[in-house]
Ligand binder design. Structure first.
Ligand SMILES: [Zn+2]
Length: 330
């Protein structure tokens, strides 16, 4: 993903600077307000799912680790009782390269017309274009937070959905080729916004079920870093403010207000864009941002430091338990 280009980034800086300074929630007693019907999110399990993906190596389309990890994700969803759909695609990258890619989809209660969509990207960036070492910028990254964390949280949610049937339909989509956007070092190819999110663009035109519809969608991206801060992302506020409020107030009630900051954030190019535009489904993006850095994300973003060392169980717990509470009790 990328911060939306220049003008909107400036807008977001303004939003940040005149937004709720000091409105960072203080942590209340954790999980006291959790509904009794909501299963308990196991952060150790989620952490293990993140580690399992990273252990394959960088999940870059057309590579062996990508193939192996995709097989693993599909098998896990099936094992956890989901109805599995694998959407195979040949995508064209910004540089003309043909990418063999897969969107991997697990559905719970597929017959239900009332549905919620949960999604994350499972590929990892082929470049480390923000790495301080120019000699390593053309090498793919681990993507422990950028990619694997969102999928790890959703795999743990899938495990719990398999054990505790929800009263509504839930679809979990792992989108491919989100992070193949034009790298900053590439002077040959013009920067284009739609070089990102290729898998979700494909799905938005051709969903796994004809005329697919969900009440709303929640995207998890970079949800595992220690001390993460989730601001109310721009497009989420524009297209799904009621879902943002539902999720942020749930997090606050559960005692996770220190992660879910009560202030507006930047506009971010991410997989929720194609889902909103192509399927008319209101979606939100829960994503870690840090405007202390010029690019707006964690300092490890698109570098070789996006490793398991940054992944923190407390953050995974905050996100996972909040999403579970929303889908089971709201
Ligand atoms: Zn990325």
């Amino acid at each position: 993903m990328e911060m939306f280009k220049i003008t909107l980034t400036i807008l977001s800086l303004i939003l940040f600077s005149c937004g709720n300074k000091g409105a960072v929630e203080t942590e209340s007693k954790a999980a006291v307000n959790a509904s009794s019907t909501t299963p308990h999110f196991n952060a150790d399990s989620a952490y293990a799912y993140v580690a399992a993906q990273v252990a394959f190596g960088p999940r870059v389309p057309n590579s062996k680790p990508h193939q192996a990890c995709g097989d693993y994700l599909a098998a896990e969803l099936k094992r956890m009782g989901a109805e599995l759909y694998v959407q195979e695609m040949t995508l064209t990258a910004y540089n003309g390269e043909r990418l063999q890619a897969r969107n991997i989809i697990g559905s719970y209660k597929p017959e239900s017309s009332k549905r919620i969509l949960l999604f994350a990207h499972w590929d990892s960036r082929p470049y480390a274009d923000y790495d301080p070492d120019p000699a390593r910028q053309r090498m793919p990254i681990d993507g422990a937070d950028d990619g694997a964390s969102g999928v790890g949280v959703l795999l743990e949610i899938a495990r719990l959905l398999g054990e505790n049937a929800p009263d509504k339909g839930i679809d979990i989509i792992f989108f491919d080729a989100e992070d193949y956007g034009v790298p900053t070092f590439d002077k040959e190819h013009q920067y284009v916004q739609n070089s990102w999110c290729l898998g979700s663009q494909f799905w938005a035109k051709k969903p796994h079920v004809p005329n697919y519809k969900a009440e709303y969608g929640i995207l998890l991206d970079m949800v595992g870093a220690k001390g993460a801060s989730f601001y109310k992302e721009g497009f989420s506020m524009q297209y799904a403010p009621h879902i943002v409020e539902k999720v942020w107030s749930t997090a606050r009630d559960l005692g996770y207000g220190k992660f879910f900051i009560n202030a507006n954030g930047s506009y971010i190019t991410d997989d929720h864009g194609p889902v909103i535009a192509g399927r008319n489904i209101p979606c939100i993006d829960i994503i870690h941002t840090n405007l202390d850095n010029t690019h707006g994300f964690g300092s490890y973003w698109h570098t070789h430091n996006d490793t398991m060392e940054n992944i923190n169980r407390e953050t995974l717990q905050a996100v996972g338990q909040t999403v579970l509470e929303v889908i089971y009790s709201k």
